[in-house]
Design a protein around this ligand. Structure first.
Ligand code: UD1
Length: 340
C-alpha cells in the first residue's frame, strides 16, 4: 500500500483529499499545525472511510521539526502539500507571516524530499497567479501577472521554486491551480470551517441563511459582466480532491510528461455572484438577505478556466454542478448549526 503524506490534511481541501485517497486504497499520514482547523476533523474522516489517518501536529515552517518528522517516517511514497495560509485580505496585513509560512514550509519539504529520496509532490496553487487574464477562458500558458497580494505572490514564488528545483533535483511535481473551491462532502461530516467572519462568498451565504449574519454584501454590480456582478469558476471540493488522487497516481505511475506539470482545476463555467445566490435560493428554498455594496478592493472582474489540458492530459473532469455545490454547502451549514 502506498503511503502519502498530506500536509494541511485537516483543512478544507486537505480533509476531502484524505477521504478520496483512503477510498482508493492509499495509506495517509496527515501533518497539520491546526492553526486554521480542528482535530475533530480526523474523527469525521474516520466516520466516512472507516480508517483513521495517522496524524502529527507540528508546523512545517519549523525546519528542525520537519527534518525530525522525515527521519522518523522513512516510508513515504509521495506528498500532497496543502498546508498554507490562504486569506487574501489577511495577507495584506501580515505579509511576512505569509511568506514565512507558505514559502519556508515548501522549502523545508523540498529539502527533506531530497534527503530522503521522496520524488513526487503535488502542490496547491491558485488561479490567483493569473490576476485578471487578458483572454478567457484562461489556459495554463497565460502569463503570470504581478501579484495583487502577498498570498498570491507566495503561490507564484512557490511555483517558481518548484520550476527550478525540479530541474536539477530528483524531484517531480504537479502544481494544481484551483479556481474557487466550494461545497462539502455529501455526508456533511467534513466541509469548510471558517474561523470568525468568513471572507469567501459561499460560507458567507450559508451563514447568512442560517441566521449567523444579517446580510450578505454583494461587492459591486458595476462590472463589465451580463448582470454586473463579478464572475468566478466555482468548483466542488470533492472534484478538486479527486484531481489530487489522479495527480499522485500519475506521478507514481510514471505518466508525467515533464518534471513540473501545471493544471487548472475548474469547471470551465463562469458564474456571477448573483447566479450563485440564485442557485443557493433554488436548492435551499431559503430567501437570501443581500444588498449591493461597492466593489471589494483587489477583486478581479472575471476569471474562469480553460479545462482542456486537465481534461485531456490529466484525464480529470469536474463532474458536480453548481446546484450540487450549493446543496452540499447548505447541508454542511445545517449540520454545523447544533454545534455552534
Ligand atoms: C480569492 C482568491 C483565491 C483564493 C480564495 C480563497 C483572488 C483573485 N482569488 O478568491 O486565489 O484561493 O480567495 O481565499 O485573489 N463576494 C461578495 N460578498 C462576499 C464575499 C465575496 O460579493 O461577502 C464576491 C467577491 O467579490 C468575488 C466572489 O464573491 O467576486 C468570490 O469571492 P471569494 O469567495 O472571496 O473568492 P475570490 O476572491 O474569487
Amino acid at each position: 500500500m502506498k503511503k502519502i503524506l498530506v500536509t494541511g490534511g485537516t483543512g478544507f481541501i486537505g480533509s476531502h483529499t484524505v477521504v478520496e485517497l483512503q477510498q482508493v486504497g492509499f495509506e495517509v499520514i496527515v501533518v497539520d499545525n491546526l492553526s486554521n482547523s480542528s482535530i475533530d476533523v480526523l474523527d469525521n474522516i474516520t466516520r466516512i472511510t472507516g480508517i483513521r489517518p495517522t496524524f502529527e501536529e507540528f508546523d512545517l515552517s519549523d525546519r528542525k521539526k520537519t527534518a525530525e518528522f522525515f527521519s522518523r517516517n522513512k516510508n513515504i511514497d509521495g506528498i500532497i502539500h496543502f498546508a498554507a495560509f490562504k486569506a487574501v485580505g489577511e495577507s495584506m496585513e501580515k505579509p511576512v507571516e505569509y511568506y514565512q509560512n507558505n514559502v519556508v514550509s515548501l522549502l523545508n519539504i523540498l529539502e527533506n524530499m531530497k534527503e530522503n529520496g521522496i520524488r513526487d509532490l503535488v502542490f496547491s496553487s491558485s488561479c490567483t497567479v493569473y490576476g485578471q487574464p487578458d483572454e478567457l477562458p484562461v489556459t495554463e500558458k497565460a502569463p503570470i501577472k504581478q501579484a495583487w497580494s502577498p498570498y498570491g505572490n507566495t503561490k507564484q514564488m512557490c511555483e517558481e521554486i518548484l520550476r527550478f528545483s525540479t530541474v536539477s533535483l530528483p524531484i517531480r511535481s504537479i502544481a494544481l491551480r484551483y479556481f474557487n473551491p466550494i461545497g462539502a462532502h455529501e455526508s456533511a461530516l467534513i466541509g469548510e470551517l471558517p474561523l470568525g467572519v468568513p471572507n469567501n462568498l459561499v460560507p458567507f451565504i450559508t451563514q447568512t441563511a442560517i441566521g449567523l449574519r444579517k446580510t450578505l454584501n454583494v461587492f459591486g454590480n458595476d462590472y463589465d459582466t451580463p448582470d454586473g456582478t463579478a464572475i468566478r469558476d466555482y468548483i466542488h471540493v470533492v472534484d478538486i480532491a479527486k484531481a489530487h488522487v489522479i495527480a499522485i497516481q500519475r506521478m507514481i505511475g510514471e505518466k508525467g510528461k515533464s518534471k513540473l506539470e501545471i493544471f487548472n482545476l475548474g469547471t470551465g463555467n463562469g458564474t456571477s455572484v448573483l447566479e450563485v445566490i440564485h442557485s443557493f435560493e433554488r436548492v435551499s428554498g431559503e430567501k437570501l438577505n443581500y444588498s449591493i455594496v461597492p466593489r471589494r478592493p483587489g477583486d478581479v472582474e472575471k476569471v474562469w478556466a480553460d479545462t482542456r489540458f486537465a481534461n485531456e492530459e490529466l484525464g480529470w473532469k469536474a463532474e458536480l454542478s453548481l446546484d450540487e455545490m450549493m446543496a452540499s454547502a447548505w447541508k454542511w451549514e445545517k449540520a454545523l448549526a447544533p454545534r455552534k
